[in-house]
Design a protein around this ligand. Structure first.
Ligand SMILES: C[S@@+](CC[C@H](N)C(=O)[O-])C[C@H]1O[C@@H](n2cnc3c(N)ncnc32)[C@H](O)[C@@H]1O
Length: 382
């Protein structure tokens, strides 16, 4: 029976058993980790989310009373009434308190009742830890909790004080460890608990980094936040390859585009993007490199258009592959991610440039092709 009391339990180094697979489960596990608990998560669903987290043990099975041995707290993350009833009975039998997790999207609606923390969305740069800004370094050194993405250099995490908690919320082998809504809720929740939170993102947080969703959640909840820019992959990779994205002899401008869109089925609008004397930088394009080059050529880009593919830019393993649109898929061979494409005359191999300057007709021909494909556009598109 709920008698209305709230009880505070210190969870540091205590075993907490999380039962179920409700929407809030990842948020709750992350919160328990921040509190220093050892988490045993019992749910038959296979999940990679906490695979590398040593403080989390996932028992992929239906919950049974044996899982509760030695627990200081049981946390119910399920809306299945019969399972809840059974677990509450086990808790009573073993004298272990049982708490019920709130489903997702309720926590952020709550009013703030106590000292409030803050969130900094911080850009980690593209790989080389020396590209971190001084401001980002300061914030990392003062952080109480760091939520970080995939591809963050361990050297940056080493700046975080020992007393701080860090939680990996990024992707592993393309699979999200934690859903975006859960990350937003966790940021809000931690700040409401008075924590100084750093949300560390690769490159620049505002560039293809889902910062908008997180800022939106923080705004709605009234949490103070700041954004600290980082060196985005385009700039890090261009520097690595010695490519001037706006070399005035070849490009009047540069466009940044993601090959992966919120709607996975919709291809990027290449036709509208192709312009003569423009550099195109494509993020997240490696997984569909062949289709991407083919689509560009079908939309009027010349097969000889220069392309540079930069893999693991700014890291000690960086690799720059130069080719043209028609030869890149083969030249890319076993290129590894993260990788970025720079498309346009600026990407031409300088050795080739020196010996064989682009023929004068090239840009005119590209302009004609772009104009022709623009003419084929349906009304209102482009
Ligand atoms: C989700 S986006 C995040 C971009 C990030 N916010 C930024 O500003 O660079 C990830 C993509 O950035 C690019 N990327 C990130 N780091 C890179 C690196 N070191 N070398 C090459 N490409 C990189 C890749 O295209 C990768 O698929």
């Amino acid at each position: 029976m709920d008698c209305g009391y709230s009880v505070k339990i210190l969870l540091e180094r205590r075993k907490v058993v999380v039962i179920g697979d409700g929407t809030a489960v990842d948020r709750e596990i992350a919160r328990l980790l921040v509190a220093g608990a050892r988490v045993t998560w019992v749910s038959p669903r296979h999940s990679e989310t906490w695979r590398d987290e040593t403080a989390v043990t996932h028992i992929e099975a239906e919950p049974h009373i044996g899982c509760l041995e030695g627990a200081s707290l049981i946390l119910l993350c399920t809306d299945q009434a019969p399972l809840r009833t059974r677990v509450v009975q086990w808790g009573e039998l073993l004298a272990i308190p049982v708490a019920l997790a709130e489903p997702i999207a309720q926590v952020s609606q709550k009013t703030v009742t106590h000292g409030i923390g803050s969130v900094a969305l911080v850009g980690a740069g593209p790989g080389d830890p020396n590209l971190l800004t001084l401001k980002a370094k300061d914030l990392l050194q003062q952080a109480e909790v760091v939520l970080f993405d995939q591809l963050i250099s361990p050297d940056l995490l080493a700046m975080v004080p020992d007393s701080a908690a860090w939680i990996h919320v990024g992707k592993t082998r393309g699979k999200a460890r934690m859903q975006q809504e859960a990350i937003c809720e966790l940021l809000v929740d931690l700040a409401k608990r008075g924590k100084r939170v750093v949300r560390l993102k690769g490159g620049d947080p505002m560039m293809f980094g889902r910062a908008a969703e997180e800022i939106g959640a923080l705004r709605v909840a009234g949490i103070p936040f700041e954004v600290v820019p980082g060196v985005t992959a385009a700039l890090g990779c261009a520097a690595q390859a010695g490519i001037c994205l706006t070399d005035r002899r070849h490009a009047h401008g540069v466009q940044f585009i993601s090959a992966t869109r919120a709607d996975q089925n919709a291809p990027p609008p290449w036709r509208g993007l192709l312009r003569p004397n423009q550099t195109l930088v494509v993020y997240m394009g490696l997984w569909r490199l062949e289709a991407l080059c083919r689509d560009l050529m079908m939309e009027g880009a010349p097969p000889t258009l220069a392309v540079a593919l930069i893999c693991q830019g700014t890291s000690p393993h960086a690799r720059v592959i130069r080719a043209d649109l028609s030869t890149l898929p083969e030249a890319a061979g076993n290129a590894v991610s993260p990788a970025l494409l720079i498309i346009g005359e600026v990407a031409r191999d300088p050795a080739v440039n020196a010996t064989k300057a682009p023929r004068p007709g090239r840009n005119r021909r590209f302009a004609a092709l772009a104009a022709a494909s623009a003419a084929m556009l349906p009304v209102g598109a482009g």
